[in-house]
Design a protein around this ligand. Structure first.
Ligand code: PLP
Length: 437
């Protein structure tokens, strides 16, 4: 194993400079924008982030899954800079630009659509989801949308209606969009089988909403914020079949699972189904705000002209970065790397599970892995998960929680992490577990 060392803690965490900036942020920034790690970023490269006190951390949070190619990858930085030099904005629907076509073509070539397909770009993941619903409603002429328990699709009002975590995302913020219905997502660890979930969906057509009123089923191939719960191929195929039976648009939300996170470019490739629409964002442009909907042409062309749009429907700087991200994924073999990282981490996590009964479950796909912390009676243990995250920070690793109960710890490490950094971070995480448990 390479004996590299990346973590370097020069002060207590948070250090004095971070504390100073955090005090200013507290005074001037709206409180609900609450901060996970009490350290202030100064610069970041690859899988490491250095704070304003000179402390360097290994970043397993990756800007919540936006940094599959790592922080400030030089190829992506150069592409964005060159585009910024040429022009930064025209409004694509006023004066179009070529990079839009290049990105659309490159992504559609990677997407699992067997027939003609098209793309449309936006900014945040939540916009991609909302626009996917627009495409589906325009195509079907139907109002309703079905989502899943434990889902996360964003925080603007329609996406928020689909998002299934009351606190903190929905508390006090209603009413939410109508015609959104929710059914169980399979979760073997919590006793919901694929058959249970498919039965519940079929039952929902009697008890919740008529199938002929449903425009779309919005599905995460691996639930992200919900705690890294992978769908089974049987579930995805069951959904595909139900969509086909009733003329429903099958939307696959790959905002968190896409761009190689799970070992294939899209996670849905491992489920053996062809969705109708795919939403993308996060790692698409190394953290520059860009999202998109990819889908079958007949659905993508359904809204009236001008029915989909916005001032920033695909920023050229972010798109130039996105094309460069695709180059990096290909040239650096990041899909294979995702699987290798996943194997290393899974072996380590399974060993932790043997050692500590508080680790109830180890799960995920490729490098999209999480552990679930439970109390002695099997109930979710969010407090211990928080303690582990805190102990890991003190040891120089940024870890993020997930799960409806906040009791999972997930990995969204840049896929460019070296073997040495991975080993160093896993050892720090293991020490954090030993301290917390
Ligand atoms: N969909 C999924 C699966 C996500 O994980 C997220 C964000 O975490 C979103 C949509 C919303 O994306 P954004 O926060 O960019 O609006």
């Amino acid at each position: 194993m390479a004996a590299t060392r990346s973590i370097e803690l020069k002060t207590e965490v948070p250090g004095p400079r971070s504390r100073e900036v955090l005090a200013r942020l507290k005074a001037s920034v709206a409180a609900p924008l609450s901060i996970t790690f009490p350290v202030v970023a100064a610069e970041a490269r690859g899988a490491t982030l250095t704070d304003v006190d000179g402390n360097t951390f290994i970043d397993f949070a990756g800007g919540v899954g936006c940094l599959n190619v790592g922080h400030s990858h030089p190829h992506v930085v150069r592409a964005a800079q060159e585009q910024l030099d040429r022009f930064s904005h025209t409004d694509f629907t006023v004066v179009p630009y070529e990079i839009y076509a290049e990105l659309a073509e490159r992504l559609l070539a990677l997407a699992p659509f067997s027939g003609p397909a098209k793309a449309a770009f936006f900014n945040a993941g939540t916009e991609a989801v909302e626009n996917a619903v627009k495409f589906a409603r325009a195509y079907t002429g139907r109002p309703a949308v079905i989502g899943f328990e434990g889902a996360f699709h964003g925080r603007t009002y329609l996406s928020l209606a689909l998002t299934s975590k009351a606190n903190p995302y929905k508390a006090g913020l209603g009413p939410f969009a109508p015609e959104v219905y929710r059914v169980p997502y399979p979760n073997v660890f919590r006793g919901v089988s694929t058959a249970d979930a498919l039965d519940a969906l079929r039952r929902a057509f009697s008890t919740l909403v008529a199938a002929q009123d449903v425009a779309a089923i919005v599905f995460e191939p691996v639930q992200g914020e919900g705690g890294f719960i992978p769908a089974t191929p049987e579930f995805a195929n069951g959904l595909r079949q139900i969509c086909d039976e009733h003329g429903i648009v099958f939307v696959c939300d790959e905002v968190q699972s896409g761009f190689g996170r799970t070992g294939t470019f899209f996670a849905v490739e491992q489920l053996g189904v062809e969705p109708d629409l795919i939403t993308v964002a996060k790692s698409i442009a190394m953290g520059l705000p860009l999202s998109g909907v990819l889908g079958k042409s007949e659905i993508m062309d359904a809204p009236v002209l001008g029915g989909v749009g916005g001032t920033y429907v695909g920023n050229p700087v972010a798109q130039a970065a996105a094309v460069a991200v695709l180059d990096v994924i290909e040239e650096e073999g990041l899909l294979e790397r995702s699987n290798a990282i996943g194997e290393t981490m899974r072996a380590r996590m399974l060993a932790w599970q043997e050692r500590w009964p508080a680790i109830g479950d180890v799960r995920g796909l490729g490098a999209m892995l999480a552990i679930e912390l439970v109390a002695a009676d099997g109930t979710p243990d969010s407090e211990t998960a928080s303690k582990v995250v805190e102990e890991a920070l003190a040891r120089g690793v940024l870890l993020l929680k997930a799960g409806v109960s906040g009791n999972c710890i997930r990995v969204l490490v840049p896929l460019v992490v070296s073997d040495g950094e991975l080993e160093e971070a896993l050892t720090a995480w293991e020490n954090a577990l030993a301290a917390a448990l």
